[in-house]
Design a protein. Sequence first.
Length: 399
Amino acid sequence: MAFEKPLTGIRVLDLTRVLAGPYCTMILRNLGAEIIKIEAPSGDDSRGFGPFIDGDLQKSAYFYSINCGKKSLAMDLKQDQGKQVLADLIKASHVLVDNFRPGTMARLGFTDERIKQINPEIIYATASGFGYSGPDQEKAAYDSIIQALSGLISITGTESGETVRVGTSISDIITGCFTAIGIVSALFRGEIYGKGARIDISMLDCAVSVLENAIARFQVSGEAPKPLGSRHPSITPFETFKAKDADIMIAAGNDKLFVALCDTLGRAELASDPHFSDNLSRTENCRILRDILNKELGTQTVAVWLDRLNQAKIPCAKINTVEDLFQSEQLKSRNMLIPIEGEDHFKIAGNPIKFIDIPEAGNAGKPPVLGEHTREVLTDILGYSSDVIEKLYGSQVLK
């Protein structure tokens, strides 16, 4: 028996733009929620971000990748009539999300108190750079700024000390994830206690929360962690090595796996060498061990080593490019690269949350044209008459 998606019937009023907020509402949409995306008459900024599908400037691949299946309502919130429409939508929704700087909604006339008055049961979540408290709360933030401030960049890079930004906008993305978690948790609480919630998510908080053991290592050693390239800070061997034709990732995460690795490489004696006999010793002597392993691995190609290591059940991997993902049978079997409706040649990442009793969708849905659903939303959800809607268009409140 198949069931509906868990958030089916939940209406989310989405005032977010670019990445962190839209990533959150993408997750909610993938879980079944109805997303009403409120855009300024000029549209979400990311509609203008390249690259563009087939060179069409109306088809931003960036925008499409996180906004499929949402409904777009284009409206000027600075006009009183636009504010009234927003108030009506707040009343008719279960969730309100924005990623404005703190104070923006209040300046539009929508303080936390007023929003609660309009809809006492609404879940109102904000995702901002620094949250709604602290001395930096009104500062602007971008992913790279948060990666720098959180210390994330300081531990990302080569062992020679060159620091780099993480290859995706990870601060935005994890902020979207945590915002979605907060909303789902509040929905669950609301089912039990029948009350709304006010959720305050900070990008900086989220980035700090995923520093993993870097925080612990600093407190124990007294030294600020530095970039380690592909190497794990406390497990060895756990990094990329150089085979004959390319690099290979090997993760021998315990003593048993290290013994198996040594046997596979024809260097069984390494496992009993006091420099490498336990993980602490291997980590202390990681550079010496790396040189030895590189010498052995350099005698054969990645394909040969992958075959041998997999037979020995040692975690290992080819260093895939993004292009390689499109040939992955594993990802294909998991429906993790799926076409968008109307653009079958263009695929985006699928939903990683799998419910065994809910069939996977064949496509990601259709990315909305700016203002495509304005009439539908105002008619079907708010019950506005055609005359009222025409007047709103005439006064430039709607686009």
